[in-house]
Design a binder for this molecule. Structure first.
Ligand code: DON
Length: 353
């Protein structure tokens, strides 16, 4: 019995010993797997790392103020902060709040200009309002008066409302559908209008109405200036999130072809024309500073979005409503500049061979 017990004991201890050995071996294997996985995690995608780093760096920054000359914009949550980057091969990187939507505002000027160039050729824009910087604020009447509505560009309000007036169509609905469809194609999804923002701006846009009348008086808008102003106001109220804007920018970075949906949204030869005007005037009177800092054609909107284009590489966008004195999102400028510097987005920064 004793022996039997001791045999059983020996068998039991052997079993325990074997189990222990197996556990230790399994543990070691697991540890090895974990160590092996580590280098992969450390070598995270450089785009994602750059986005995450910029988000962490600027998340708590409390500078700037929401636009309030359009009453509905003052009510938008100033803490929305989302960053998205879409590469020309269709990879999407995001961080922060990328589901919240803001109104696209002046960023829409880029895509309506693209539409008009598609319909009428690049000359149409150059001849009608010009492709030069005004050096003035985006809704300057002085800029209109200076050259009777010429020598400006499609990114400032007088040029943008005129651009909207140039979209072909038998009636308002037809023109509006073209504009909304163009924006949706660039974003790769069916966009909609924030009706509260549209109504709020339509009730308070007397200055833009005056600008439209002046551009009509000087012969740049050919008909129905107040209708053009109204359609322009509606296009500014299109709702977008950071990923939408980054996809729109990536489409411009990719020769006019949406890298996610693969739809050709504009002719490849027209893209540099749009990018040139963005580089000249995308951030208004701060466009020079912006280009000096990043080298990237970009466009801001008073809703808090900025998108920027690194041609042949990626589109990037940030949404954060508080703006600086020029009407450009404070966090968006800083975050885009940081990400771009980290991943080599500046198109002027060629490496010597
Ligand atoms: O026309 C306006 O004043 C606005 N709907 C758009 C202005 C704007 O977004 C200027 N951008 N920074």
């Amino acid at each position: 019995m004793k022996r039997f017990r001791s045999i059983r004991w020996t068998a039991a201890s052997q079993l325990v010993a074997v189990t222990l050995v197996l556990c230790v071996a399994a543990g070691a294997a697991l540890a090895q797997t974990k160590t092996a996985a580590k280098p992969a995690a450390a070598a995270a995608n450089p785009y994602q790392s750059a986005l995450d780093a910029a988000y962490a760096k600027f998340k708590s920054l409390q500078e700037g103020k929401n636009a309030d000359y359009i009453p509905a914009l003052a009510k938008v949550d100033p803490n929305i902060f989302g960053i998205a980057l879409v590469t020309v091969d269709g990879k999407v990187y995001t961080t922060g709040d990328i589901t919240s939507e803001v109104s696209i505002q002046s960023i829409s000027k880029v895509f309506t200009m693209a539409r008009v160039i598609e319909e009428q050729g690049a000359d149409a824009i150059e001849k009608n309002m010009g492709v030069d910087a005004t050096g003035q604020v985006f809704n300057s009447i002085v800029a209109v008066e200076q050259y009777r509505g010429s020598e400006m560009n499609a990114m400032v309000n007088p040029g943008a409302i005129t651009t909207t007036s140039m979209v072909d169509g038998a009636n308002r609905d037809e023109i509006w559908k073209k504009i909304l469809d163009t924006h949706s194609d660039f974003a790769g999804r069916a966009l909609t209008v924030n009706q509260e923002v549209f109504k709020s701006e339509a009730e308070t846009n007397q200055r833009n109405q005056a600008i439209s009348m002046l551009m009509f008086a000087y012969g740049h808008i050919k008909s129905e200036p107040l209708r053009a102003c109204d359609i322009y106001t509606e296009q500014c109220a299109i709702s977008v999130n950071a990923k939408d804007l980054a996809t729109m920018a990536a489409t411009l970075a990719n020769g006019g072809k949406n890298p996610v949906t693969r739809k050709q949204c504009m002719k490849v030869e027209n893209v540099p024309k749009v990018l040139a005007v963005m580089a000249t005037a995308g951030l208004y009177d701060d466009s020079g500073k912006w280009l000096y800092m990043t080298g990237m054609p970009a466009k801001s909107g008073v809703g808090g979005g900025i998108l920027a284009v690194s041609p042949g590489k990626f589109g990037i966008a940030v949404i954060s409503p508080p703006l600086d004195a020029a009407g450009n999102s404070v966090k968006a400028q800083k975050a885009i500049a940081d990400v771009s510097n980290a991943v080599g987005g500046n198109p002027y920064a060629a490496k010597p061979r």
